[in-house]
Design a protein around this ligand. Structure first.
Ligand code: SF4
Length: 325
């Protein structure tokens, strides 16, 4: 059924130089050795607490950031090291939808100008009539009326602005959309509308999604597979059906905080001690061990403190990084 992945991240790392008041500090290891594939038509969710590196990973996937090490393969071609000019044709294939549509839309441009810009940059239309036709088609795709065209971003609600952002991303007819917290800035009542719009568009346009969210409900609703991140690493990758039987203690804790998602477990949330460590000074061994309930229950085995666990396959869709899984 599956031929080749649309996107493959292979051993990906992203370090940012650390800076303090008194000069350079240890590098911030935002993404550490991430390997993940996304197949055509699939929706993969990336979930984890804020600061776990999921937005950085999303930006690497669309090559807004250059990796420190590792490969980004888009349709089999390595794009990790391409220049901005070399990337331009690929920008049509992959688009990013931002969390805050307001800050990503130029306030001085009307909706018509916002939607015309990518069409012109990528020379996707010939003449004004074709441009107008395509712009109207885009508006209809995202459920906005034609009278939106002459208006400016501040004249719209948050949900409508996100629709404009989605229409702009669709203008280049991408195959792959990375959506970074696409609904977290919106009212709860509007969130469902945007989620449904993204699901409809996927069905109609055959799109592939990487959805980044801290909200497991959004991820569970939209995604075929879920990749759980902790301190820059993938700790578990599992299908939506496998959410009822997570194998990593961090995934268990995340799920336990969302009543009703994990129906096989008690309703009281698993409280993890302390805060996630700094990505500039990750703990040795398994980076989760200072907060891990399973490590405590097992009598603090040395392997957890000394050896980083690899992400190993438990089944066709299930991978976990835990020595005791
Ligand atoms: Fe916990 Fe050890 Fe598994 Fe890490 S490897 S998640 S510390 S049990």
């Amino acid at each position: 059924m599956r031929d080749a992945p649309l996107l493959t991240l292979q051993g990906l790392r992203k370090y940012f130089p650390g800076r303090g008041l008194l000069g350079p500090r240890a590098a911030v290891r935002a993404v550490e050795d991430v390997t993940l594939s996304v197949w055509p038509g699939e929706t993969v969710g990336l979930v984890g607490e804020s600061g776990c590196g999921k937005s950085t990973l999303g930006r690497l996937a669309v090559r807004l950031l250059r990796p420190t090490a590792g490969q980004i393969l888009l349709q089999g071609s390595d794009i990790s090291d391409l220049s901005e000019r070399q990337l331009r044709p690929l920008r049509r294939c992959v688009q990013l939808i931002f969390q805050d549509p307001y800050s990503s839309l130029n306030p001085r441009m009307s909706v018509r100008q916002i939607l015309a810009e990518p069409l012109r940059i990528h020379r996707l239309v010939r003449g004004r009539a074709e441009e107008e036709e395509r712009i109207e088609e885009l508006l209809a795709q995202v459920g906005l009326r034609r009278d939106a065209l002459s208006r400016y971003p501040h004249e719209f609600s948050g949900g409508q602005r996100q629709r404009i952002g989605i229409a702009r991303a669709l203008a280049v007819r991408p195959r792959f959309l990375v959506a970074d917290e696409p609904v977290s800035a919106l009212d709860v009542s509007i969130q469902a509308q945007i989620i449904n719009l993204l699901c409809d568009l996927q069905e109609r346009e055959g799109l592939t999604y990487l959805i980044i969210s801290h909200d497991l409900r959004v991820i569970e609703h939209m995604c075929d597979r879920i990749a759980v991140m902790y301190l820059g690493r993938l700790v578990e990758v599992l299908s939506r059906a496998e959410l009822v039987s997570p194998r990593h203690p961090y995934t268990e804790a995340l799920l336990s905080a969302v009543p009703g998602l994990d129906r096989t477990r008690p309703l009281h949330p698993v409280m993890l001690p302390g805060e996630p460590p700094s990505p500039a000074a990750p703990p040795p061994g398994c980076v989760f061990h200072p907060r891990c309930p399973r490590y405590e229950l097992a009598g603090r085995p040395a392997i957890c403190r000394e050896q980083p666990p690899a992400l190993v396959a438990l089944g066709r869709t299930h991978q976990v990084a835990c020595h005791l899984a």
